[in-house]
Ligand binder design. Structure first.
Ligand code: CDP
Length: 227
């Protein structure tokens, strides 16, 4: 007997600092879905490449590291594992941020990560955030959101986040603006699955919205399709 039941997929894409992860986390918490931060997976691959001292790229691609996700048993927060070891904090350094767009533009890296991401969606209701979730990972997602915000606003949000995490090297606002601009340009112009709004995504400009407003907007959309 076949079942019509399928998991519900909420895809949230957009440029750096547009509010994807904070919103996605809250939406997942309220709906009892799993939140998947796909950027963390690409960051973990990048960390492996840096730890191996930047081996020649073909050699690295032929022996990609093992990336997996687990959940904190109390908070359900995602833990990102590299060869079985939790690297959730180590992937947030500026060294990783500087190289992640390059590593994630590589075909073999994307194929491996996309396949892991699709597997999670097979038997879980998920809120997944990234750059290509609505266009490539789940083109049939139930709800697709493309989040944008003013560049300066995105950079100041990121600065606050870095400061609140107590990360040692705190960049200046201007440095962050430049880094985000460069990363967005690279991510949008790469050949494979670039950062791009899906034709059927809803555009959400978060420049003047609160996290609460953003979460409510998405939850209302989800309710309207499942009720
Ligand atoms: O949180 P932030 O906006 O800094 O970025 P992230 O979500 O941690 O993603 C880091 C990088 O991973 C992005 O700049 C992209 O190059 C890449 N990425 C991707 O290519 N595809 C995804 N689905 C998610 C991230």
């Amino acid at each position: 007997m076949t079942s019509n039941k399928h998991s519900i997929i909420i895809a949230i894409d957009g440029p750096a600092g547009s509010g994807k992860s904070t919103t996605a986390r809250l939406v997942a918490q309220r709906l009892g879905f799993i939140y998947v931060d796909t950027g963390a997976m690409y960051r973990a691959v990048t960390l492996a490449w840096l730890r191996e001292e930047k081996p020649e790229i073909d050699i690295f691609l032929n022996n990609l590291p093992d990336i997996s996700l687990s959940r904190d048993s109390e908070t359900q927060e995602q833990k990102t594992l590299l060869d079985g070891v939790d690297v959730s904090n180590a992937i947030r350094t500026s060294e990783v941020t500087e190289q992640v767009s390059y590593i994630s533009s590589l075909k073999k890296v994307r194929e491996k990560m996309v396949s892991l991401q699709r597997n999670i969606g097979i038997d879980h209701n998920v809120v997944m955030d990234g750059r290509d979730i609505g266009t490539a990972v789940f083109p049939n997602a139930d709800v697709k959101i493309f989040m944008i915000a003013d560049l300066k606003k995105r950079a100041s949000r990121r600065l606050e986040e870095i400061q609140s995490k107590g990360i040692h090297q705190v960049p200046s606002l201007d440095e962050l603006i430049q880094q985000m601009k460069d990363r967005d340009a690279f991510d949008s112009s790469r050949e494979i699955d670039p950062l791009k709004m899906a034709d059927d995504a809803l555009l959400l400009d978060t420049s003047n919205l609160s996290i609460e407003d953003q979460a409510t907007f998405i939850i209302d959309k989800v309710k309207s399709i499942i009720l």
